[in-house]
Write a protein that binds this ligand. Structure first.
Ligand code: FES
Length: 87
């Protein structure tokens, strides 16, 4: 598992192995708009301020993924222990 921190509130939430970032945040009342939930549409794209993304989408180009400044929380995860999200 890893954790996501919400930049605006400073709150940190654990993302369990069997849940997405979107699901983990929704459990705490934080809603991110989604559509495909498969990393295709880009609806859920969220800016990443700190931490290393583990991109699992088909939406971003390799170049965009390498920038590590946004990800798709419906399916992508973290390589680092914490991801700080611009929410
Ligand atoms: Fe479509 Fe995340 S909801 S990419």
């Amino acid at each position: 598992s890893f954790a996501v921190r919400i930049a605006s509130s400073g709150q940190t939430y654990t993302v369990a192995k069997d849940q997405s970032v979107v699901q983990a945040l929704l459990a705490h009342g934080i809603e991110i708009l989604t559509s495909c939930e498969q990393g295709v549409c880009g609806t859920c794209v969220t800016r990443v301020l700190e931490g290393e993304c583990e991109h699992r989408d088909l939406y971003f180009t390799d170049e965009e993924k390498a920038k590590n400044d946004q990800f798709t929380p419906c399916c992508s995860r973290a390589k680092s222990a914490v991801l700080v999200l611009d929410l």
